[in-house]
Design a protein around this ligand. Sequence first.
Ligand SMILES: [Zn+2]
Length: 396
Amino acid sequence: MATKAVLLSYIQSKRIISTHNHHLPDHMHKDMSLHRILSGSYVNWMTTPPDLSDADAVWAYIRRFQANSFFRWLFAALEDLYGLPFVPENLAEMDARIRKAYEDSGYHLRLLTDRCRFDKVVNERQPDPGSNLGHPELFAPSFRCDCFFSGYLKDKPEPNGFLARSLFENPDVATMEEYLSEMRQAILAKKAAGCVALKVAIAYERPINFENTDLEKAQKALNNPHATEQEVLDFGDVVMFEIAKIAAEADLPLQIHTGMGQCKATNPIGLLKLIETNRETKFHLLHGGFPWFEDSYALLLQFRHVWSDLCWIPYLSTTAAKQYLKIALEAGDAHRFTWGCDTWLSEDSVGALLAMEDVLSSALSEMVDDGAFDMAQAEYLVDRILYDNPVELFKL
Ligand SMILES: [Zn+2]
C-alpha cells in the first residue's frame, strides 16, 4: 500500500480531541433538512443553495462550486453519511434520509462522537459564552472574550448580542482599573464554571495589531459614546493585553482567530508585541493566519509559547493546508499543533474531518517519502496533533 493509504487508515483508527468548534445547542438541530444544511453551513458563505428540485439549477451549483474546498468536503460528507452521490436525481431521497436521521434527537451528537470519533470538543458558542450545551461529557467550553472589546459602553453588546457588563458585579465602572478588575473576576468565574480556554475572534471586528498599553489613552473610550475610532482601538488594545495576562495567571490557553476576518491587518504578525510581552501565556493561534501563513512560521520558530491550531485550514484550501502543515512542522515541533473541526453543524464537522484526514495523510506521507522521517514518527505526529497535544494544552 502507498504511504498515504497506510497513514490514512492509521488516522482513521484514532480517537480525536477537537480543539475548536461552534456546535449548535440541541434545539437548533430540530427539523433538519438538506436545504437547511446547505443554507446553514460554510457553503452558504459562497452562495445560497438553489431550488433542490430544479435539476439544471443544481447542476449549475455543483459545476460552479465543486472545486471550492467547503463544497468538496461537505458533498463528500453528505455522500458518505447518506449513501448517495450528490447529483440532482438523488437529492429528494438524500433529504428524506436526513429528515429521518434527525428524528432521533441525539443524532447530531452521535455524528460527533461516533462518526467523527471525538472524545472531547473545545466548544465556543455565542451568544452564550462559556456554555457546555448541557453535555459536559462532550463539550469543554472556551470562553469567548470579544464582548469585553464592546464593553467600553455599558449597553453596547458584541455583534452576537451579548453584553460584557452583564457579567460584572458593578456594571457602572468609572475607571479602566475598575473595568479590568471586573473583567478579571468575570474570566475567573468562567474558569471556575468549567471553561478550559479563552477565545478572541476580534479579527472579525478590528485589526489584531495590539499596541497601546496606556490606561489613560484607553480611558478616553470608557463610558464615552462619542469615542473616536482610535480611542476605541486604544481601549481594545488594553483589554487584549489584560486578557493575555489573565490567561497566564489562570493558566488558560488563549485562542486567537488569525487571518481572514475583516482582512484588515488580521495577519498573525500583528500579535508580535502581545506575544513578546506575555511569555507565560499559551497562545493558541487559530487557522494559521490563512492565507498569511508566513507570519505563523515566524511566530512558531521564534516563540515556544505559541501553538498553531490547524482548524479551518483544510476546509478553506485543502492544497494550502498540506503545504502549511509541512512547513509549520519544519519550523515548529511535534508538541505545538492541534486541530478542531470549527463548525456548527455535524455534517460540516464530518466534512472538516475528511478534509483534515486527507491533509494529514498527504502531508506526512510526502515527508516520509521524502526521507524527513519514518512511518513511526509520522504516527507519533498523528497521535500528538489529534490527541496528546490538546489533552496537555487544555488539561482534559
Ligand atoms: Zn471558529
